[in-house]
Structures are given as structure tokens and as C-alpha cells.
Design a protein around this ligand. Structure first.
Ligand code: ZN
Length: 214
């Protein structure tokens, strides 16, 4: 038999085998992490929509929030969780309420929402509020995160996407990690890694939000 004729069927067999392996690997990936999509809204808090006081109002723009949204999704892609931006809105808030937010006091703002004095268009599963300053902290998910809201300041000491992605981690049931700065849930660093355990918990909570059981 000519060597060429001998190798041709072998090569064909190898080719088929590798194609089958690729298909199997892709199916396993899909089974492991089916994408979970949660809606998210972003609100820019200002004292006055037309003429905001830069000492009290966020300096962020709607365009910058679109970029931030992409960054958040880049971080959370490792867990197969994606956030679908539903609303970006600039929301006027009374000066005294913004003053209390600046002192990291959140109850007056929650009171505004609870009484309907401040109306938020297009609420989502997770809602983010952008404020000028929070008494020096980068971001926070107050009320034990179960309110599914978080606040972020204009000038955090770490990457913007990291602040928001970290606060979302709290909302999805994750607590601080104390021993590894590379992790998303370590406080005050640029770490963005999630452990396998964290991914499982976050997906469980996210699925619960989707199914409206939490
Ligand atoms: Zn935290």
C-alpha cells in the first residue's frame, strides 16, 4: 500500500475524533454554567437636574455608566451571571437627604423611596445609586444587602467596575474575604476573582431573585 493511501483514512479518523471532542467539551461548559440574567437599573442622584450642585450631586454621566455596566459584566462573566441594564435615570433628591447620604446615613433616602416622595422610574432586580460622596467609602450595599440596592461614590480608591461588582457580590449573598487581596470580596483592593464556592452561592441567590422566591 502506498504510504499516502495508508495515512489518509487515519487522518480522517483523527479529524472526526477531535471534532467530537470539541462538541462534547462545549456541551459540558454549557451545562455547567447556563447564563443567569438579572435586570439592573442605575440612578444618578442630584439635587437639581438642570443645575446640579457639584458638592452634592454625582458628576458621573449616563455614558460613563454604560462603560461601567460593561465592566461589571466582564467581572461577573466568570460566574455566568450577566446584568441587563434596564434604566439609566437622573433623579432629583432633596438637599438634606443628599447631605445625610454624604454622612453615610441611608435611612432618610430609604424613607423618601418608601413614601414615594422620590420616584424611581424602571426599577430592576438590582438597583444602583451613584452619589458624589459617602463619607470616604467607595461603595456600600446597606440594609444587609437584602434591599438589593447599592451606592457608589464618584471617586473610589479602586477601579470603578470593581466597586460595583463587589457591592453586587454582597447582594448575591457573599461576605468579605479576609485572606486574599486577589478576590472580589476582599475589601478595598482591585481583586476581582471569585472562588468556585462563591460562584455557586451567587448563582443560587441570583436564580432565586429570577424565580421571585427571594
Ligand atoms: Zn464589601
Amino acid at each position: 500500500m502506498h504510504p499516502k493511501n495508508f495515512y489518509a483514512p487515519l487522518l480522517l479518523l483523527l479529524f472526526i475524533a477531535s471534532a467530537v471532542l470539541v462538541v462534547v467539551a462545549q456541551e459540558e461548559d454549557a451545562q455547567e454554567r447556563e447564563e443567569i440574567v438579572l435586570t439592573m437599573s442605575m440612578y444618578l442622584l442630584v439635587d437639581d437636574v438642570q443645575n446640579p450642585d457639584p458638592e452634592l450631586s454625582t458628576e458621573r454621566t449616563e455614558e460613563s455608566l454604560l462603560i461601567l455596566m460593561n465592566g461589571i459584566n466582564t467581572v461577573w462573566a466568570q460566574a455566568g451571571i450577566r446584568f441587563d441594564l434596564r434604566t439609566i435615570a437622573t433623579v432629583p433628591v432633596p438637599v438634606d437627604v443628599l447631605e445625610s447620604l454624604r454622612q453615610s446615613e441611608f435611612t432618610p433616602f430609604m424613607q423618601q423611596l418608601a413614601t414615594g416622595q422620590t420616584l424611581l422610574p424602571g426599577l430592576s432586580a438590582i438597583n444602583a445609586f451613584f452619589v458624589h460622596d459617602l463619607n470616604g467609602i467607595n461603595g456600600v450595599a446597606p440594609f444587609w444587602a437584602s434591599a438589593r440596592i447599592f451606592f457608589v461614590t464618584d471617586r473610589p480608591s479602586v477601579f470603578h467596575r470593581r466597586v460595583s461588582a463587589h457591592e453586587i457580590g454582597h447582594i448575591l449573598g457573599l461576605h468579605h474575604v479576609l485572606d486574599d487581596p486577589a478576590r472580589l470580596m476582599f475589601s478595598g483592593t482591585n481583586g476581582m476573582e471569585l472562588s468556585e464556592e462563591e460562584i455557586v452561592v451567587a448563582r443560587y441567590i441570583a436564580q432565586g431573585i429570577l424565580d421571585r422566591v427571594r
